[in-house]
Design a protein around this ligand. Structure first.
Ligand code: CP3
Length: 349
């Protein structure tokens, strides 16, 4: 196994090192389950105002680090800022989620802004990264992120979250040239956005493909694997030392071979994947991250302890970063997060 050459546990695991205790962070660790998050968000006004306010976005990023001592902080922002920077209208409806202006044809793609213009909108995010690099404890790794092109496209086409990503599938089948042009624009913007986060101080980047599970076979290869490989290749050409985490959520058998096919250093697993199976079929190719069901953060108790231990043990023979299988939900109990962390740090493999 390679040596990460650094004291930061997240970077060591990403370099392939097998650690006695897996480092931990949690998707959506800055969020509405924390009273201090809700207070800062109220101060900012709405969610997007919080994302674009570097001082307050840095503050909410730091809150879970102060409370729990996670090994990584994830930049506070959203995957839908890239469509907004490309010219889409974006707003959030309380209790429902995001809304965007829709794109259904080539004219819609042509009306988007050029990739070089995205920084005019996104520069406050880079400032958040710079503040965080100054303020984070020395041992805490800063993770930047973006949405994967397919997932971002599903929101840009439908104008909202959809249960089956139907409008995006209809466009890729009915208007493949316009769809490919949209994917290419998002991919190019994502590369520049992540590069700017790295220039500002992000030490790792993660690509969230939340809706990868609705792509199968050749479509999975073309719209989940290939764009992730292209982004990873472009970033590694410029920043060979920056690790990339891929998250093709609910990819099922698509997880197998994902490290090699995309060049990512780590594959994040959702909780539909059994840890013993993943240790045998995915972790053999590199670091994995995951994969406790976020429902345990609501229910807690002995089931949380047992499932956490089973995951730590299953992945103890290879490089592993402990995380949830998806984001923590607003109804989670902050005490259960403490119990998860204590359990991970006290489990003997
Ligand atoms: O993980 C973190 O703590 C970092 C910040 C982060 C957010 N969104 C903040 C957020 C990250 C990494 C994301 C990624 C994101 N955003 C994804 C991919 C990961 C996933 O969950 O599948 C997606 C699909 C989005 C788009 C998005 N943003 C939706 C669908 C929603 C509404 C659902 C919800 O939880 O309210 C958001 C809003 C959002 N993004 C919130 C946060 C903290 C809640 C906003 C609030 O405070 O009201």
């Amino acid at each position: 196994m390679k040596d990460g050459g650094t004291g930061k546990t997240i970077l060591r695991a990403l370099a392939g090192e097998v650690l006695p205790t897996p480092p931990i962070w949690m998707m959506r660790q800055a969020g509405r389950y924390l009273p201090e998050y809700k207070a800062t968000r109220a101060q900012a006004g709405d969610f997007l105002s919080l994302c674009y306010n570097p001082e307050l976005a840095a503050e909410v990023t730091l809150q879970p680090i102060r409370r729990y001592g996670f090994d990584a902080a994830i930049l506070f922002a959203d995957i839908l800022l890239v469509p907004q920077a490309l010219g889409a209208d974006l707003w959030f409806v309380t209790g429902e989620g995001p809304r965007l202006s829709t794109i259904t044809d080539q004219a819609g793609v042509d009306a988007l802004k050029p990739v070089d213009d995205i920084h005019e909108t996104l520069h406050p995010i880079y400032e958040t990264v710079r503040i965080l690099r100054r303020e984070l404890p020395e041992e805490t790794t800063l993770i930047g992120f973006a949405g994967a092109p397919w997932t971002v496209a599903t929101y840009m086409i439908a104008g909202r979250g959809t249960p089956d990503q139907g409008p995006a599938h209809a466009m890729r089948e009915g208007a493949p040239d316009a769809f490919d042009a949209l994917m290419a624009r998002i991919t190019a913007a994502t590369i520049e956005y992540l590069a700017a986060q790295i220039e500002a101080g992000a030490e790792v980047v993660k690509i969230f493909d939340s809706w990868a599970g609705s792509l199968k076979g050749a479509a999975f290869q073309k719209y989940a694997v290939a764009p992730c490989a292209e982004i990873t290749r472009a970033l590694k050409a410029r920043y060979p030392h920056i690790p990339v985490i891929g998250f093709p959520r609910e990819a099922g058998d698509g997880y197998v071979g994902f490290h090699a096919a995309t060049g990512v250093d780590c594959v994040a697993l959702d909780n539909s994947v059994s840890p013993d199976w993943a240790a045998a079929h995915i972790q053999t190719a590199g670091c994995v991250q995951g994969n406790l069901a976020s429902s345990h953060m609501v229910t807690g108790g002995q089931a949380l302890v047992e499932e956490t231990r089973a995951i730590v043990r299953a992945f103890s023979k290879g490089p592993h970063i402990f995380n949830l299988g998806h984001g923590i939900t607003p109804d989670a109990d902050p005490e259960n997060v403490s119990l998860m962390i204590e359990t991970v740090r006290s489990t003997k493999s």
